[in-house]
Design a protein around this ligand. Structure first.
Ligand code: HH2
Length: 293
């Protein structure tokens, strides 16, 4: 197992069987939601061809990876049956795998969907439930060589924003990530396959999200690389007084600069082009890799 210091200075990030070179900025993971109801872009890429065109454009815009999801996790979202999620994901994934060489994350909480995605060339399983919703997912992942995103969520999407409560959100999320990482290791997932994520907006109020983002270093459970997914989320809408998610770009760029300085490994973003151009300028101004990568 890598030591924490080895991993923090690693010039590459492991994503399943791929290794991706690291620069001073976080890797940008472009979001591809093949859903009718995602909070920012629901319905826009439900059509297979539209999703493929969009994903190819994200790579063209500078995405280092893609996160493909067939079920919205926005607050109040309805669950999607497994057949429907497969129908949304598999054809898009198959077409993309033949055309792009970047790592592909499959954003699902279902073992059957994750298995099919890995069989069609996905590299990383990104389960926002932290392997709580489908008991078959963790053993399946442990048997494969894929990468794993371990994300914190309080509750479940249908009700998670009704009354999120913490005594100390940073300590509680850190403790949960550590305990869950230990469960993953017991199940057979080596820690060098894991990327941890505080789960911005998942059972958290604005003040919780800000506390987590302000203490990212404390959230690197087990020394694992960090992924942050704050793109266009509701707390940015609150801070900017901006109800339209597509008009929260300034918030996204502030998050990108903040995460870069904190040594975050990956940012999950909708607008890859804006983030890439913004970070390119920051990298020219300050080419030194921040601590924590
Ligand atoms: N956020 C969303 C979905 N998946 N995965 C990780 N690891 N981290 C996140 O923060 C995260 C995630 C929600 O955003 P989005 O996909 O844009 O919306 P929706 O869930 O409505 O499809």
């Amino acid at each position: 197992m890598d030591t924490r210091d080895d991993r923090r200075s690693a010039p590459v990030l492991r994503m399943g069987l791929r290794t991706v070179p690291r620069g001073p900025s976080p890797l940008l993971i472009g979001i591809v939601n093949v859903t009718p109801d995602s909070f920012s872009d629901g319905g826009r890429y439900l059509n297979r061809d539209a999703a493929i065109v969009h994903a190819l454009q994200l790579v063209e815009d500078g995405a280092d990876g893609l996160d493909l999801g067939g079920e919205s996790t926005r607050p109040g979202a309805a669950p999607v049956p497994v057949d429907e999620e497969l129908r949304r994901i598999v054809p898009v994934l198959g077409a993309l795998r033949a055309r792009v060489d970047v790592p592909i994350l499959i954003d699902t909480a279902k073992a059957i969907v994750a298995r099919a995605a890995l069989d069609h060339g996905a590299d990383v399983v990104n389960d926002v439930s932290g392997f709580r919703f489908d008991p078959d997912l963790l053993p399946m992942v442990a048997r494969s060589a894929c990468g794993v995103v371990l994300m914190h969520m309080q509750g479940e999407p249908r009700t998670m924003q009704e009354a999120p409560e913490y005594r100390d959100v940073v300590v509680e999320v850190r403790t949960w990530l550590e305990a869950r990482l230990a469960d993953l290791v017991r199940a057979g997932v080596t820690p060098d396959r894991v990327i941890v994520d505080p789960g911005i907006g998942f059972g958290k109020r604005t003040e919780h999200n800000l506390a987590l983002l302000g203490n990212l270093d404390a959230l690197r459970a087990g020394g694992c690389p960090l992924l942050v997914g704050a793109s266009r989320k509701r707390f940015l809408g609150a801070l900017l007084d901006e109800p339209n998610p597509e008009r929260r770009t300034e918030g996204d760029l502030a998050i990108a600069a903040h995460c870069r300085a904190a040594g975050v490994a990956m940012l999950r973003v909708h607008d890859v082009r804006a983030a890439r151009r913004f970070l390119r300028v920051l990298d020219a101004l300050d080419p030194v890799s921040p601590a924590g990568q």
